[in-house]
Ligand binder design. Structure first.
Ligand SMILES: Nc1ncnc2c1ncn2[C@@H]1O[C@H](COP(=O)(O)OP(=O)(O)OP(=O)(O)O)[C@@H](O)[C@H]1O
Length: 582
């Protein structure tokens, strides 16, 4: 509720002006039947004055024009405030979601967040915007109409209002059902969109495995589900409108039957009779609005609750108020008896202790799934250890401001991920060149990552668009672009997770040679299955099943570690078989 109050206060002037315009429009709406009533009574008089009639008509036209003007005024003011609330909640929510840690995204589906973020924000906006409108109209227009009708003829008013409570009930119940069907139709539409998106995304797999009939069937089922849900919504809609018409026409019939009698008995003037029908017409909207408004408010409150749950979700990664931000970071990293588990049950890392002095190059290897990536992810605090601690320059990582920490760490993930944009956007990630040798550094990184030829072949060089997730690049090209992104900003800690896995041996060796020559002061931790890539590292750790089982230089491990020696021999034989030379 706090968020609503904030935007209510922020837009108070606009809302007040909008409500004022609405009140004037409502009052004008109430005046028009009185003018019509007078005009009808003038007409009913055999000696009516044409001039007076023209004046009445001119007043009605004037009131109509003023109403049109003020109506667009309040729409702009109130809808504008509701849109501002929507924008604000969306911004807050997105900023909050970005602040959540990776553990949250491990257990939450992006599709669910998207669905909540879109439909829930819409419901809150509707409740806020239309809620105000429906409230003003129900209170002012509804009670004024009923008051005038009762004042004109209490008995006629009582009789013709009998069907109206049913109108409220029908609007509320069918409106509720229509909303439920709308939601299920939306879910079915999301499922259909996701199904189509996935099939286009995986089109190559679908084609080579001849999966077309299966995916067509699956998409057809999703489309049929969407069709059925929409049909239910259409049925309710088809029922709602005629029912509203039925109740409204029943009231009109009562006015004609009973009110007509009153006119004949001269207890009601023809003008009052016509005005009565007009007031009933005006009353229809506030009556429908009662049912509609309660639905809107219920839905809006439920959505607001869900948004609040998201906004109150806290990261497991926390940091103290007075975070550490030293002027110089040398990059000295120490793991002290670190254990970690994703599910808080089974340890993925156990009792890891490791000393990485500043400027040292470390290699990590081990069988698939032994915990290498997990170990690397703990350094920029994508996750925190369950027990033990990791220190940077002697201080626990948890005492650093996370943004400051990550500003001093370059991290290359195992899966190359490119954003849709240009090559340059993907390498620089919005960072602008600063300093005289920045361009030189970019050229050097392009050279090290063997991207020179790739860029030269691109129609617009570095300015070439790479398509969604870099679809226009090969796997190896994508990996080299992400490597360039990691190396282009000189940082004291460089973490590389299998940086040359998609490259052929010769290119990989060139890239590794280039990496080891650049930025010699930085700490570099490189995970790799390819042992020749680790040959130049000052120390190599061998992992198995979440623990460090051995350590040494390339030569030492070749001599003393069975896993290392066997893996190296296999890789050497493969290399010779592929004719890469030794
Ligand atoms: N986000 C996650 N949630 C739960 N379990 C995970 C997650 N990421 C990895 N794991 C599990 O943790 C273990 C270690 O995974 P990790 O990716 O660290 O291994 P790795 O040594 O880098 O493997 P590879 O050499 O294949 O890249 C594996 O058993 C894996 O299934």
């Amino acid at each position: 509720m706090k968020v609503i109050l904030y935007y209510f206060k922020k837009n108070l002037r606009k809302i007040a002006a909008g409500v004022f315009c609405m009140i004037v429009v409502d009052l004008l709406q109430l005046v028009v039947p009185q003018i019509v009533s007078r005009a009808v009574d003038i007409l009913a008089d055999a000696h009516f004055d044409r001039h007076v009639l023209f004046v009445q008509c001119a007043v009605i036209v004037g009131a109509g024009l003023l109403m049109a003007l003020l109506r667009s005024g309040w729409r702009m003011l109130l809808m504008g405030s509701a849109r501002d609330l929507e924008r604000g909640i969306r911004d807050d929510l997105y900023a909050h979601m970005l602040s959540l840690d990776t553990a949250y995204y491990d257990k939450t589906r992006a599709g669910d967040i998207m669905a909540h973020a879109t439909s829930d924000i819409l419901h809150v906006r509707m409740a806020f915007g239309f809620g105000i409108i429906a409230l003003v109209d129900t209170l002012l227009l509804g009670s004024a109409c009923i008051g005038i009708m009762v004042w004109t003829s209490p008995k006629l008013a009582a009789l013709c209002l009998i069907p109206l409570p049913f109108l409220v009930l029908v609007t509320k119940n069918l409106g509720n059902r229509m909303h439920q069907y709308h939601n299920t139709a939306q879910e079915a539409f999301s499922a259909l969109t996701e199904q189509v998106r996935e099939s286009f995304f995986g089109i190559r797999v679908i084609k080579v495995f001849n999966f077309e009939p299966q995916v067509r069937q699956k998409t057809e089922n999703s489309a049929r589900g969407y069709f059925r849900k929409n049909l239910k919504r259409a049925y309710i809609n088809a029922l709602l409108r005629p029912l509203l018409g039925l109740f409204f026409n029943t009231s009109t019939l009562i006015i004609i039957l009973y009110g007509g009698g009153l006119v004949m008995e001269n207890r009601l003037s023809p003008g009052e009779f016509v005005a009565f029908i007009q007031y009933l017409g005006i009353l229809a909207w506030p009556v429908i609005a009662i049912g509609w408004m309660t639905n809107l408010l219920q839905r809006g409150m439920a959505s607001l609750k869900r948004i609040n749950v998201l906004l109150n979700t806290r990261s497991e990664i926390t940091f103290p108020e007075d975070t550490v931000m030293p002027e110089i970071v040398s990059g000295h990293i120490r793991f002290e008896k670190v254990s970690f588990s994703y599910d808080k049950k089974v340890n993925v890392l156990s009792d890891i202790s490791m000393e990485i002095p500043a400027g040292v190059r470390i290699g990590i290897t081990g069988p698939p799934g032994c915990g290498k990536t997990t170990l690397l992810s703990l350094i920029p605090r994508l996750y925190d250890p369950m027990t033990g601690r990791i220190c940077l320059d002697g201080k626990d990582l948890k005492t650093f401001d996370p943004e400051f920490l990550r500003r001093h760490i370059s991290f290359m993930a195992q899966e190359p991920f490119l954003f849709s944009g240009t090559l340059e956007d993907n390498i620089l990630m919005g960072e602008r060149f600063s300093g005289g040798n920045a361009r030189e550094l970019l050229d050097q990184v392009i050279h090290i990552c063997a991207l020179g030829d790739t860029i030269a072949q691109m129609p617009k060089g570095l300015g070439t668009l790479v398509g969604e997730r870099g679809v226009t690049l090969s796997g190896g090209q994508k990996q080299r672009v992400t490597l360039a992104r990691t190396l282009v900003q000189p940082k004291p800690v460089i973490l590389l997770d299998d940086p040359v896995s998609h490259l052929d041996t010769r290119t990989a060796e060139g890239v590794i040679r280039g990496i080891s020559r650049m930025n010699r002061d930085a700490v570099m931790v490189m995970v790799s299955h390819r042992l020749s890539a680790l040959a130049d590292c000052d120390r190599i750790y061998v992992m198995d099943n979440g623990t460090i089982t051995d350590q040494g230089t390339h030569e030492q491990l070749k001599a003393s570690n069975a896993f290392y020696r066997t893996s190296f021999k296999v890789q050497q034989s493969e290399r010779q078989l592929l004719g890469d030379g030794s």
